[in-house]
Design a protein around this ligand. Structure first.
Ligand code: AQP
Length: 355
């Protein structure tokens, strides 16, 4: 058993164009979680990435780039476990068992599948459809109690809770027969950690659309590898409205672009929207954007530079991932053994202990 009170799990897809939304909504918060009494696992979810076509020649580089972003942002690979999903086979094994627990009706309600499959649903991969089940397996292979994510993942986390509860109910007798506490269930009901001023960072070109890796317009997002000039140009070009900033948060309602820029400023500075408007209420966007450029460059330029330094040494990154995978497997393997017993499989007797 882990000596920590909490087990934190989260992941980022290596699909290129890591952006400010990924940083503020997820990676920055991963770093903060390290201060808790928690074992943190941060995963580069490469098996999720291939639910949409990825160029094999680019994928390895993308995996190393996300790892570099984790490290450059301040995730300590000794304190936390940093690894890529495909190195730990228990994710896929548990996902199959969960495919047999989750219901079609549940998956049919997933809005991210509808958004990503678009009009050509018949042509979407089965993996894209089953993505939330693999995500449940990612989390529950470690029996994670806390999952920090952006708001777009809320529905998937609800599905994770549904799968955990159905597994606990369906197998309650077997769970008890195998010596686990049937009252609490085998899998925890995971707590989603969604919040803060940047839980949903929006596109710089359209305040009603999420900032996204896959947006065709590079000006819609600030990439973590953008240099100071690119960051400044994108912030200056960001869409706004003609009015000055309001002095109260209520005044941001119906002004998605203003709300987004204030939220980004607040998250970068670790303050609330109220604090930002106390300082900038009544200011024109030209002045506010100037301050935002300064703040964004101060935070992101060193991060991007450190990422570039780290990706220049792939062997070092691969060593971090290999170490992380061993430590992750040491937690996930006993969970999978227990799950196989609970489900009724005859499992291979382990001739060698997993380190
Ligand atoms: N715009 C965002 N604001 C806040 N958080 C965000 N996240 C993603 N976009 C925003 C959070 O970043 C983590 C990793 O996301 P992912 O790699 O799983 O990708 P995604 O959620 O599918 O969104 P992307 O990065 O924009 O990719 P595409 O273009 O493919 O949709 C998650 O915690 C996510 O919530």
């Amino acid at each position: 058993m882990s000596a920590f009170k909490e087990l934190v799990f989260s992941g980022v897809q290596p699909t290129g164009n890591l952006h400010l939304g990924n940083y503020l909504g997820a990676i920055k918060r991963f770093v903060e979680m390290q201060a808790r009494d928690a074992q943190c696992l941060y995963c580069v979810v490469d098996m999720h990435a291939i639910t949409l076509w990825q160029d094999p020649a680019a994928l390895k580089g993308q995996i190393r780039e996300v790892t570099a972003a984790f490290l450059a942002a301040g995730i300590d690979p000794k304190r936390s476990i940093v690894f890529n999903q495909s190195q730990v086979p228990q994710h896929a094994e548990l996902a199959w068992i969960f495919n047999c627990v989750a219901r079609l009706g549940w998956l049919n309600r997933m809005t991210q599948f509808k958004d990503k499959a678009g009009k050509d649903r018949e042509n979407a991969s089965v993996g894209l459809y089953a993505y939330p089940v693999l995500m449940a397996a990612d989390i529950l292979a470690y029996r994670a109690t806390h999952v920090p994510v952006g708001e777009d993942q809320k529905q998937h986390l609800e599905l994770t809770r549904d799968i955990a509860q159905k597994f606990n109910n369906d197998f309650s007798d077997s769970i008890a027969a195998h010596g686990h506490d049937a009252g609490d269930g085998f899998f925890p009901v995971t707590e989603p950690l969604i919040g803060g001023p940047a839980a949903r960072v929006m596109s710089l070109r359209d305040g009603t659309k999420k900032m996204s890796k896959s947006d065709a317009s590079d000006n819609s997002r600030i990439n973590l590898t953008d240099d100071a000039d690119a960051i400044a140009a994108k912030v200056r070009k960001a869409k706004t409205d003609p009015d000055a900033l309001p002095s109260e948060v209520a005044g941001l309602s119906g002004r998605p672009e203003a709300d987004n820029l204030v939220g980004i400023f607040a998250a970068l500075k670790d303050v609330s929207r109220e604090d930002v408007l106390r300082d900038y209420g009544g200011a024109q966007f030209s002045a506010f954007k100037g301050a935002l450029v300064e703040l964004a460059v101060e935070t992101l330029a060193p991060l991007g530079a450190e990422m570039k330094r780290l990706v220049a040494d792939p062997a070092e990154i691969d060593a971090v991932l290999a170490d992380g995978a061993e430590r992750a497997e040491a937690i996930a393997a006993p969970t999978l053994d227990a799950v196989k017993d609970i489900v009724g499989f005859v499992r291979r007797t382990r001739l060698h202990a997993v380190r």
